[in-house]
Design a protein around this ligand. Structure first.
Ligand SMILES: Cc1cc2nc3c(=O)[nH]c(=O)nc-3n(C[C@H](O)[C@H](O)[C@H](O)COP(=O)(O)OP(=O)(O)OC[C@H]3O[C@@H](n4cnc5c(N)ncnc54)[C@H](O)[C@@H]3O)c2cc1C
Ligand code: SF4
Ligand code: SF4
Length: 422
C-alpha cells in the first residue's frame, strides 16, 4: 500500500471495490458518479479531481479498503467469538412466522421479518435495503421502506450489483432512526461510517446482514437473457430466487414469455458465479459486524431440493439479541431448533475455505503489487497460522498469478466506458 490514501482509481483497479456507493455519498454524488462498467460492475468515477482530504475520507469508510472486525463493546453479553464465524450469542435455525414472507423471501424470510418488525413497532422509521430496480428488473437498486409491505417487496436475494449506500447522507439528513439490511460488505461500510460520523452512530439503529458467497457481475444475468433469446428492455420480472427455498431464477417479458432456471443449475458450481474480484478476497462475507446475520442452512452447502424455507441465524450483538428476542415475543419469527458454529461449517464450506485462505491471498496480491485491505480484528493472520504451509503457498501463488494476469484487479472505470443494454 502507498503511504497515502488510495485514490478511487487505485481502489477500483486494485480490485477492492464492490460498488456500494458510499464513496459517492461521502464525497457528494455531484463529484463521484457510479457507472455500470462493460464488465457488469457498478464502479465510482470521479467527475473532477478529488483532493487528498476527500481521498482520506473515502479510505476511512470504503469497505474495500478498511474491513474492521467487530467491536467487543457491541457484543451480546454471552457472545463467544469463533475464529471462523466471529461473535455469536446464539446460532439457531429459524424462519419468518408469516407463511407469505417465508415463501417469497430468499431462504426462511428472517431478514424480512425482522425488518418488518422494526417498522411495524416504530423501533425505526424505515429500512434501507435492496430490491429490483423500477423499470429495469434485472438490475438492483436501494429501497427505503417505511411499512411492512414495502419491506416485503424488497425480500429475496439480488445476486447482481447495486449501490445500497449511495444515498445514505440524505437518509441521515432526515434525522430519523433507521435500519440497514445488506451484504456483509455493505454493513462494513455502515460500521466504518459510524466510526466517522456521530449522526450515523445515533440514527442507524440496527444493521442486519445476509451471509454472502459473493456478488456476480451483471454479465451473469445477461447470460440468462442471451441463452433464452430475451432482451433486457423486454423484461417485466427478473427474480434471482425466492418463491420457495431456494426457488428458481425466473425472468418474464412484457409479451408473456418466461424462463425458470433451478438454483443448482444457476449457482451449483462456484466457478460459474462470475464473482467480482473483491468477493474472492473478502475477509468478512459472513456479517461479523452485523447485529444479526442470516444464512442458508443446507447440509453440505447446497440445496438437494425445495423446502419450506429456513435460515441459520447468528445473533451477534446486544442490539441483535434485543431485536431477535422482541421478534420472537411478537411471533414475527419462529425458532425451529438450536444450531452451532460447527454446523455452520457444514452449511457454508466455501466460507470456511475463504476465511482460512484470505491472508495468503493478500500476500500473493501484495507480491504482485496490488493493494490489500486492512482487516484488524478479523483474525485472518491467526487463521492462516492454523493452515498447512502447502495450502498457504498454493493460495498465495494462485493469488499472485491471478493478480499478474489481471483477474484480481480490474480495468479502470470511466464515464465513457459503460455497459451497453440489450
Ligand atoms: C450476493 C449474494 C450472495 C449470497 N451468498 C450466500 C452464501 O454464500 N451463503 C448463504 O447462506 N446465503 C447466501 N445468500 C443468500 C442470503 O444468505 C439469504 O438472503 C439469507 O439467507 C437471508 O435469507 P432471508 O430469507 O432471511 O432473506 P430475505 O428475507 O429474503 O431478505 C433478504 C434481504 O437482503 C436484501 N438484499 C438482497 N440482495 C441484496 C444485495 N445484493 N445487496 C444488499 N442487500 C440485498 C434484501 O433487500 C432483503 O432485505 C446470498 C445472497 C446474496 C444477495
Ligand atoms: S467499495 Fe464502495 S466506497 Fe469503496 S470505492 Fe467501491 S463504491 Fe466506493
Ligand atoms: S463476498 Fe464480500 S465483497 Fe463480495 S458481495 Fe459478499 S460481502 Fe460483499
Amino acid at each position: 500500500m502507498p503511504g497515502r490514501p488510495l485514490t478511487l482509481d487505485e481502489i477500483v483497479q486494485g480490485g477492492l471495490c464492490m460498488g456500494c456507493g458510499l464513496c459517492a455519498a461521502v464525497a457528494a454524488p455531484e463529484r463521484v458518479a457510479m457507472v455500470m462498467t462493460p464488465e457488469g460492475r457498478l464502479r465510482p468515477v470521479p467527475r473532477e479531481p478529488l483532493d487528498a482530504a476527500t481521498d482520506a475520507r473515502i479510505n476511512a469508510v470504503c469497505p474495500g479498503v478498511t474491513v474492521q472486525g467487530p467491536d467487543p463493546a457491541d457484543a451480546a453479553l454471552e457472545a463467544e467469538t469463533d475464529d471462523i464465524w466471529g461473535p455469536a450469542d446464539e446460532v439457531v435455525i429459524a424462519h419468518a412466522s408469516d407463511p407469505d414472507v417465508r415463501y417469497r423471501a430468499a431462504s426462511g424470510g428472517i431478514l424480512t421479518a425482522l425488518g418488518q418488525h422494526l417498522v411495524a413497532t416504530g423501533a425505526v422509521d424505515f429500512v434501507l435495503h435492496v430490491g429490483a430496480a423500477q423499470g429495469a428488473p434485472m438490475r438492483s437498486e436501494a429501497r427505503v421502506d417505511a411499512d411492512p409491505d414495502g419491506v416485503l417487496a424488497g425480500a429475496s436475494s439480488r445476486y447482481g450489483p447495486s449501490t445500497p449506500l449511495h444515498d445514505i447522507t440524505q437518509l441521515l439528513d432526515r434525522g430519523r432512526p433507521f435500519a440497514v439490511i445488506g451484504k456483509p460488505c455493505d454493513i462494513t461500510g455502515v460500521r466504518n461510517l459510524q466510526r466517522q460520523d456521530p449522526r450515523a452512530r445515533e440514527l442507524i439503529r440496527y444493521a442486519l446482514a445476509l451471509v454472502c458467497g459473493g456478488m456476480s457481475d451483471l454479465t451473469k444475468s445477461q447470460g440468462v437473457l442471451d441463452d433464452h433469446g430475451m432482451r433486457e428492455s423486454e423484461l417485466s420480472l427478473f427474480r434471482y430466487r425466492g418463491h420457495g427455498n431456494p426457488g428458481p431464477l425466473r425472468a418474464e417479458t412484457e409479451d408473456g414469455r418466461a424462463v425458470e432456471i433451478g438454483y443448482n443449475a444457476m449457482w451449483g458450481d462456484e466457478v460459474g458465479w462470475a464473482l467480482q474480484p473483491r468477493c474472492k478476497i473478502c475477509p468478512d462475507a459472513i456479517g461479523e459486524v452485523a447485529d444479526i446475520a442470516a444464512a442458508d442452512c443446507w447440509p453440505g452447502g447446497g440445496p438437494s431440493g425445495e423446502d419450506a424455507g429456513f435460515n441459520a441465524v447468528l445473533v451477534r450483538t446486544a442490539r441483535g439479541r434485543e431485536l431477535f428476542d422482541a421478534a420472537l415475543r411478537a411471533d414475527a419469527v419462529t425458532i425451529d431448533r438450536a444450531s452451532s458454529v460447527r454446523e455452520m461449517d457444514d452449511f457454508q464450506p466455501h466460507q470456511v475455505r475463504k476465511k482460512n485462505a484470505v491472508r495468503a491471498r493478500y500476500i500473493g496480491m501484495a507480491a504482485a503489487g496490488l493493494p490489500v485491505p486492512a482487516t484488524p480484528g478479523l483474525r485472518t493472520v491467526k487463521l492462516a497460522k492454523q493452515q498447512p504451509l502447502s495450502f498457504l503457498l498454493t493460495e498465495a501463488r494462485a493469488a499472485r498469478r491471478r493478480a499478474k494476469t489481471g483477474r484480481l484487479g480490474e480495468p479502470p472505470a470511466r464515464l465513457d466506458r459503460v455497459w451497453q443494454s440489450t
